[in-house]
Design a protein around this ligand. Structure first.
Ligand code: PL3
Ligand code: FE2
Ligand code: FE2
Length: 227
């Protein structure tokens, strides 16, 4: 991949695809910020740490906003807002019910694993300006995934059933999101199969650390096929 030609970052086709992909990333970072602030209301003794994670998300958002400006692209924010609707709605209803486990699964496991996969696959095909920014961001996203992972690991017995249900309710949305972004991602020379593979590695590693068995994880991953 690395010895292939990079995309033409100035072409109309590239900029058109970038206006949606970049907007998804900006919206995702903004919502991640809001979600960590909200999580601080559910876990008050962690509010300071969660506010620190939230601040990192705003920094990411600014970085990706600069990437669009650098390419002369106008991010399609209404498209991106729509893109996140299912996960945003599910996070908001879990928040309303005080379901911290579901909120952590949606934000720290699913959304962060999705971001990690997307950024990994993007880095080798990004323009040099965006590459530097994305490399710094992806390190932070591991910190965020790890935050949720460690909390859920420490509370595994009490969280297990809710995690399985939240996975069933939300993993199918992640699959649809991957499918929804695939055509634009391909214009950026990011392959759908690579995105799915990287996502599953990050997500399954987290579930393993939290305490699920291989068989349980296989059953959870199957929810994306039937959902
Ligand atoms: C949480 O910290 C961030 C959530 C962001 C979700 C990102 C989804 C990415 C979709 C495909 C993007 C490829 C990367 C392009 C960068 C401009
Ligand atoms: Fe982020
Ligand atoms: Fe994050």
């Amino acid at each position: 991949m690395s010895d292939e030609a990079l995309p033409d970052f100035t072409s109309a086709t590239y900029k058109d695809a970038y206006s949606r992909i970049n907007a998804i990333v900006i919206e995702g970072e903004q919502e991640a910020h809001d979600n960590y602030i909200s999580l601080g209301t559910l876990i008050p003794d962690q509010a300071d740490e969660l506010a620190r994670l939230a601040r990192m998300e705003l920094k990411h958002m600014k970085g990706f906003t600069a990437c669009a400006a650098n390419l002369g692209v106008d991010a399609d924010m209404p498209f991106a807002r729509e893109f996140f609707t299912p996960l945003r709605d599910n996070f908001q209803s879990a928040l309303g019910e005080g379901k911290v486990v579901t909120c952590l699964l949606i934000q720290s496991l699913l959304i962060e694993a999705f971001a990690i996969a997307a950024y990994h696959i993007y880095i080798p095909v990004a323009d040099p300006f965006a590459r530097r920014i994305t490399e710094a961001v992806v390190k932070d996203e591991y910190t965020h995934l790890n935050y949720g992972q460690e909390w859920l690991k420490a509370n595994f017995d009490a969280s297990r059933a809710e995690l399985e249900q939240a996975n069933r309710d939300n993993l199918p949305h992640v699959r649809r999101m991957l499918e929804g972004v695939a055509a634009d991602a391909a214009v950026l020379q990011m392959e759908k199969e690579d995105l799915i593979e990287d996502f599953l590695i990050a997500y399954q590693e987290a579930l393993t650390e939290i305490g699920f068995s291989t068989r349980e994880i296989a059953r959870m991953a199957a929810a994306a096929l039937v959902g």
